[in-house]
Design a protein around this ligand. Structure first.
Ligand code: B16
Ligand code: MG
Length: 218
């Protein structure tokens, strides 16, 4: 990594970085698993971070995944999403911590381009609930891509929409899948939240405002 290479854009993951919706994903999958008699715990939940809804279901189904009909999988995913959207109703402007709000404002003031790169198909709804739907210079989410993280497609698309090269971007992620996706397309990485202790990123940070010092160093 070239320490002095300038960072022109920061691409933020959404669930677990901008807002704590990662916990709602856990609660919704847990409810579905308990009702369906499937085993699910926090350790398994860590593997679902950053991956699509279908990939998440297949991880929970484990060895059964290959034999469950597609229609049944759709029903299970719809049910989980219904539970998840119920939790999302709790979101409002106060769901964004002061540290997150301050960091985004400071990066904007410093002239850094800002994007969301999320695997979620609910990203637009979440951004609306928290009052950030018109804030980012670009949003790429689960509705825009064929392949979910760890494939880099969502981050490459976010960079394209910003009009910057991948090598000029810094990705902030809470998941192993997201860190791998960013590395795969030559972006630099910050691991935060779950990823701070469990993933190898260029920088592992405790709080989002620490990103400001990475951008200054470049
Ligand atoms: P949805 P991120 C990801 O969002 C979540 O980390 C992951 O747990 C979830 O399965 C995925 O979105 C799909 O979410 O069911 O809402 O489409 O972390 O990439 O912002
Ligand atoms: Mg995440």
């Amino acid at each position: 990594m070239n320490e002095r290479h300038l960072i022109k854009a920061v691409i933020f993951d959404l669930d677990g970085v901008i807002v704590s919706t990662d916990e709602y994903h856990y609660l919704a999958w847990k409810q579905l698993a308990d009702e369906t008699g499937l085993y699910f715990d926090r350790e398994m939940n860590a593997k679902l971070r950053g991956v699509s809804r279908l990939d998440s279901l297949n991880i929970i189904l484990g060895r059964q995944a290959g034999s469950v009909p597609e229609k049944d999988k759709i029903d299970l995913m719809d049910k989980k999403n219904l539970y998840y959207k119920g939790y999302l109703e709790q979101l409002d402007e106060r769901s964004v911590t002061e540290d997150v709000g301050r960091t985004l404002a400071a990066l904007r003031k410093a002239g850094v381009l800002l994007a969301i790169g999320s695997s979620s198909k609910n990203a637009g709804f979440i951004l609306e609930r928290i009052g950030y739907d018109a804030f980012f210079d670009a949003v790429a989410d689960g509705n825009d891509v064929k392949r979910s993280k760890p494939d880099p497609e969502v981050f490459v698309l976010a960079a394209e929409r910003l009009g910057v090269l991948c090598r000029d971007c810094l990705v902030v992620e809470d998941s192993e899948a997201g860190i791998k996706a960013a590395f795969a397309c030559g972006m630099r990485t910050v691991g935060i939240g779950y990823a701070e202790e469990n993933c190898r990123a260029d920088w592992n940070l405790r709080k989002l405002s620490d990103v400001l010092s990475c951008v200054k160093k470049g």
